[in-house]
Design a protein around this ligand. Structure first.
Ligand code: HEC
Ligand SMILES: [Cu+2]
Length: 378
């Protein structure tokens, strides 16, 4: 349904699997409100005129109760209200439950731009290219304040929040170019924080990805994460098996239930892993001490997404392990002074970190600079 009243479109283009149902629900609610509103006002007017003081209405047998009428005026709105409730709930649950095999795209919101990373390693700013008729799951986070990723033509919107991943999904149904907005006031240039969603045929999308791949090193998110994992030396503590007191293995970690020293239980999802990397002291795994350095000042959100993707991929494949940790299982770690037990500051200080990325926290280039750097890819 796409009404165009007096040349004023009543809704954005209908371009995703949710759009038609979303609109139908919207008009059903508006329809109910208009119907009962008009009915009430018509009756008020009618009674006011009919029983106006001095009118010749028949007042001989006033009615104080009418069980049959009351029965219907309770039943009909109740049924309509519940139907609306169940319908909305169903749509809500559908929208919040991404299909298992959806194509996953990472999005980082920051003042004032959207940074998009495709699973194949291709990146873009303020544009989002997606293939038509394909389930797409967006996993997103903010690097500073709360933003909201909003694609009106798809009828989807969700917050991006600093410090936790949020998700949404959709299946584009029409090839074309649509608006992308930030829909949460986020500072002076909030109104400029947006761009386009470009829905391409599957073949065009594949070509587009391939073309970009020639330009830059085309690693998957998990591969980039693996490189970082090895560069930082996470494997010195996280090996093929649990090494006490060095660190638990991260093999098969994703999706399992973890217990912290104080007996609380957590499911190792993306947010848990992210927090474990940035602030390991928050949830200290049972049997271990606070020896892991906090990496919240070291990594950009993009780095962490890549690490999370890598650790997650270890659920099916196995994480390759550092040769040191694998060769010396159960070793009592000693620092340069021969003390056992690791000092976190020293570990962090010693870890090689040659690959400072341009998107390090707190040093994000301005929107203009990023746009020039990446070019406006169509
Ligand atoms: C100095 C050793 C050390 C280094 C280096 C280290 N970790 Fe850890 N890590 C630990 C220990 C010990 C724990 C368990 C205690 C805790 O939860 O803080 C842990 C826990 C974790 C967990 C949670 C696992 C669980 O048991 O649920 C993740 C995820 C993790 N580390 C990822 C990393 C990543 C990624 C890196 C590299 C960027 C890294 N670690 C570097 C020692 C280390
Ligand atoms: Cu914003």
């Amino acid at each position: 349904m796409n009404w165009n009243l007096f040349n004023y479109p009543m809704n954005p283009p209908v371009a995703s699997n949710f759009a038609a149902e979303h609109d139908a629900l919207f008009y059903a609610i508006v329809g109910q409100a208009v119907f009962f509103g008009l009915l009430t006002f018509a009756l008020i007017l009618w009674f006011a005129v009919k029983y106006k003081k001095g009118s010749k209405a028949d007042r001989s047998s006033p009615q104080y109760e009418n069980a049959r009428m009351e029965f219907w005026w309770v039943l009909v709105p109740t049924v309509l209200g519940l139907a609306t409730f169940f319908w909305s709930t169903k749509l809500f649950v559908d929208m919040r439950t991404p299909p298992k095999n959806a194509k996953e795209i990472f999005v980082v919101g920051k003042q004032w731009m959207w940074h998009v990373q495709h699973p194949d390693g291709v990146r873009e700013n303020n544009t989002l290219h997606v293939p038509v008729d394909t389930d797409v799951k967006i996993t997103m986070i903010s690097q500073d304040v709360i933003h909201a990723f909003y694609i009106p033509a798809f009828r989807v919107q969700f917050m991006t929040v600093p410090g936790r991943y949020t998700q949404m999904w959709f299946r584009p149904t029409q090839v074309g170019r649509y608006h992308l907005f930030c829909n949460m006031y986020c500072g002076t240039q909030h109104s400029e924080m947006g761009g386009s969603v470009i829905v391409m045929s599957k073949k065009d999308y594949a070509d587009w990805i391939a073309q970009n791949g020639q330009v830059r090193e085309n690693l998957t998110a998990a591969q980039t994460g693996e490189k970082l994992f090895n560069k930082i030396g996470c494997g010195n503590c996280h090996g093929a098996q649990d090494l006490i007191p060095r660190g638990p293995t991260l093999r098969g970690l994703f999706g399992t239930t973890r217990e912290t020293g104080d007996g609380r239980k957590w499911v190792a999802d993306e947010s848990y892993i992210r927090e474990s990397i940035m602030r390991p002291a928050e949830k200290v795994t049972k049997g271990y001490g606070v020896t892991m350095p906090a990496y919240d000042k070291t990594f950009s959100e993009e780095d962490i997404m890549n690490l999370v993707a890598y650790i997650r991929s270890g659920a099916s494949q196995s994480l390759p392990t550092s040769t040191i940790a694998a060769a010396m299982p159960g070793i009592q770690a000693r620092d340069s002074m021969g003390r056992s037990g690791l000092n976190s500051n020293e570990m962090q200080f010693n870890s090689p970190r040659a690959d400072a990325t341009p998107t390090r926290r707190g040093s994000a280039p301005s929107v203009g600079a990023m746009a020039v750097e990446k070019g406006d890819q169509q």
